[in-house]
Design a protein around this ligand. Structure first.
Ligand code: NAD
Ligand code: ZN
Length: 355
């Protein structure tokens, strides 16, 4: 069976397009009581971007903290806060920030119309009701969260996304000017998340012409951004992120993402840097990708933390291995149906011990 998947229906792209957000939201403001909730990364509190939010009437500005990757308990708290704010649901949610803030906004918009805790919906197609209208404004590029049908959450017993067609944004507003001010290391790690999406998609068993078209273009854009010298590098990186997300939407990621989930679940290591740490040890699986990644690191003088697992006890290491090896489709894409005989728990453990 071929997947019949939805994509984001409306997109604005261009420098300064943030100024059009007011017009975009006007379509959602149906009555005098209707209001918009702006879910904005709290890094922007007191910064010019916060002052530029096109708030009107009863709009709510909800700064969110992304020091930890989004947790289901945090989503539930934010949903309760919005419900307590007004008797009616907001007419729209706008998620402004990197992958974490965009995922939080997605989850909030879903949980406003679906009962219970966000933890109840971690999985595939468990959401029953359409979400509140939600729009994404990325301020960091690479995760593809703006285009994906998931929002990754850490719950009481697992790290897993809410995967559904309703998770998808209704609108993306790409304004490359918003990438200004991203710390260099973060810019690199999140950008490499995109590059690794491309490599894992292009080198996977699930590759097809659809994913190849997007993945090859995204990889080329990443090369321009991280090895070239382009004035409009931010514009290119935003498109790389979108195309990388489109590529994996119809294929899958692989070993690097599986290993980074283990690092994240046990050590709380964030997605982008976790992918970089794992990728650096995967030259056997992705020789060309890893060699190019190292060139990119060298060019931008990025050094990765080492010795992360040396103080872990056996139980923690086992949990890490289990988390990684639970991600069946990722390994199958990477190594084929026989993957269990190739990536054994012992081999996975040996890889983690090197990190
Ligand atoms: P992030 O959202 O965690 O942000 C990283 C840091 O950059 C934060 O401190 C943030 O405050 C800061 N920041 C963001 N924009 C900034 C700007 N313009 N100026 C200055 N600082 C800025 O990082 P990320 O790598 O974009 O996202 C990682 C998250 O995305 C993880 O939670 C991961 O699980 C999720 N993710 C989701 C998907 C998906 O398909 N839904 C895919 C990959 C990753
Ligand atoms: Zn990723």
């Amino acid at each position: 069976m071929y997947r019949n998947f939805s994509i984001v229906p409306k997109i604005i792209f261009g420098r300064g397009s943030f100024n059009q957000l007011d017009d975009v939201l006007a379509e959602q403001r149906v009555g005098p009581e209707s209001y918009i909730a702006f879910v904005i990364d709290d890094v922007f509190v007191g910064k010019p971007l916060e002052k530029r939010l096109p708030t009107r009437g009863k709009d709510l500005v909800l700064p969110v903290n992304v020091a930890d990757e989004p947790k289901t308990s945090y989503i539930d708290k934010l949903v309760a806060q919005i419900k307590a704010y007004a008797p009616a649901l907001p007419a729209g949610i706008v998620g402004i920030g990197g992958g974490a803030a965009m995922d939080i906004a997605k989850a909030v918009s879903l949980l406003l119309t679906n009962p219970g805790s966000s933890a109840d919906y971690q999985g595939w197609d468990l959401i029953k009701n359409p979400a509140v209208y939600h729009a994404a404004v990325p301020t960091l590029a690479g995760t593809g969260a703006e285009i994906s049908r998931t929002c990754i959450l850490t719950g009481p017993d697992k790290k897993l996304g809410i995967n559904s067609d309703y998770t998808l944004y209704n609108q993306i507003l790409f304004d490359p000017e918003l990438l200004v001010g991203v710390p260099k290391d973060q810019w690199f790690y999140t950008g490499m998340d995109c590059y690794i999406h491309d490599i894992e998609s292009l080198n996977g068993k699930f590759i097809n012409a659809f994913s190849m078209a997007y993945g090859e273009k995204s990889r080329e854009l990443c090369r321009q951004v991280f090895l070239g010298d382009y004035e409009d590098a931010a514009d290119r990186l935003m498109m790389a992120s979108y195309f990388g997300g489109m590529s994996i939407a119809y294929s899958q990621v692989g070993a690097c993402h599986a290993l980074s989930y283990g690092l994240s679940y046990v050590l709380g290591i964030h997605h982008g840097i976790g992918c970089c740490i794992a990728f650096d040890y995967l030259e056997d699986i992705y020789p060309e990708g890893v060699a190019e990644f190292r060139k990119m690191m060298e060019r931008h003088q990025i050094s990765l933390p080492r010795g992360l697992t040396k103080n872990l006890d056996q139980a923690q290491l086992d949990k890490m291995v289990k988390t990684a090896l639970n991600l069946n489709p990722l390994w199958e894409n990477c190594l084929g149906p026989d993957w269990k005989s190739i990536m054994t728990p012992e081999k996975t453990l040996a890889l983690y011990k090197k990190m």
